[in-house]
Ligand binder design. Sequence first.
Ligand SMILES: NC(=O)C1=CN([C@@H]2O[C@H](COP(=O)(O)OP(=O)(O)OC[C@H]3O[C@@H](n4cnc5c(N)ncnc54)[C@H](O)[C@@H]3O)[C@@H](O)[C@H]2O)C=CC1
Length: 485
Amino acid sequence: MTYPTQPTASHFIDGAYVEDAAGTEIEVIYPATGEVIGRVHAATPEIVERAIASAHAAQTRWATLSGSARGRILRRAADLLRARNHDLSVLETYDTGKPYQETSVADAASGADALDYFGGLAGTLTGQHIPLGEDWVYTRREPLGVCVGIGAWNYPTQIACWKAAPALACGNAMIFKPSETTPLCALKLAEILHEAGLPAGLFNVVQGMGEVGAALVGDARVAKVSLTGSVPTGRRVYAAAAAGMKHVTLELGGKSPLLIFDDADLDNAVSGAILGNFYSSGQVCSNGTRVFVQRGIKERFLSRLTDRLGAAVIGDPLEPETNFGPMVSARQLQIVEDYIAAGIDEGARLVTGGQRLNRNGFYLQPTVFADVTDAMTIAREEIFGPVMAVLDFDSEAEVMARANATEFGLAAGVFTRDLARAHRVAAGFEAGTCYINSYNDAPVEAPFGGIKASGLGRENSAAAIEHYSQLKSVYVRMGDLEAPF
Ligand SMILES: NC(=O)C1=CN([C@@H]2O[C@H](COP(=O)(O)OP(=O)(O)OC[C@H]3O[C@@H](n4cnc5c(N)ncnc54)[C@H](O)[C@@H]3O)[C@@H](O)[C@H]2O)C=CC1
């Protein structure tokens, strides 16, 4: 099978595609059919070395450019991403299985937003002047050096852009290791960045499993790592980074609460629950998978939700009307099926879905459980699939305590017409990213990230600049310097 934008080799290093067939072969599987559509090789130690050495050499020169000069290149890359959105979206669909209806608006487009935004910010990065009587201090905002980005498989283009754009804007180099499940899209981003004028070596892509990521994080020339992935991987990466005293950003998993009060607009609340559970077949880290519904609205909510799910168009993700696609892999499908079995075993009420589709590919029906209690496995663990758990509640105080009783703290949402309550609830949530009468919006202008076990640091917005740069203070004495002897 061929598709429009097939990359020509496994890695992209120092401005060019590179192959090393000695690396372990990784099959690229199209989730909608299960077919092998390509093969890449995991990076060998030689490939990792080339990627780090070229990034290290290129970064020193890149940091001497003005911010505006760096920003122009990023904004040009944003324009190229937008101009090629169709082909990039088709590739993203082949990589992930997500419907074209989603990839054509949420992936390269979101990546372009990040490149535009940080391209615009690059020229504004300045230090401070701190007067001290006659003397003064000035600060310089300096890059960290070589940064490593490690991606998950659900948003391969977006994750690569969200990490590369602020890193490059600040004068760093980035080596990006995509998830082994979705290796293709980051290579196209590398092509586009270089076509836009990015000097060779500043955005290298190397393929591989966890050990390639670990080799990158462990190298002394690497100053920072930004990971999007699971909590266990986050703990390993954080520990490895600590050994080298490196900067980290961790965007990890969640089990986020979505609170629907009796007074909520029913259809908006159902829309929020659908967006927060079934977009990308539920494979979104910030999903609101614990849907707490106040008792007075519960049966109306479930019946409206079931009606609306009946309108899901499940099928070939390249067909424009399809709005619900397969899971990313056979493995992820199995993980989610095991959670569905646990939900049934532990006594939750299966309202709809729960079955694999009788067709090729990794398809699972959108699934809703009701009468879920806090202790059930499906209410405690991240499923990362299209499984919504609906829990009942009576009072605000009770639901807030239950919503926050989790090790995670990525996102949280509330639907209510009472705006005083909405803001009180948002203030009380233990989560990094909250929504009022909405769910899962991720504009580049807003900080995105988690607290507790869901991560450290923030992506997007001016806040990301803090995580890809460091301050140097320069004390300037204007007069004579006295010493005790
Ligand atoms: N907070 C966020 O922004 C997001 C978080 N996620 C989380 O990602 C997870 C799903 O993605 P997966 O790819 O299954 O996660 P994963 O944790 O298995 O892998 C993530 C990445 O880390 C790499 N890796 C694994 N072990 C490593 C090690 N020891 N050192 C360095 N790199 C290593 C993998 O090769 C992959 O590229 C979910 O838990 C989800 O919640 C996904 C999307 C967004």
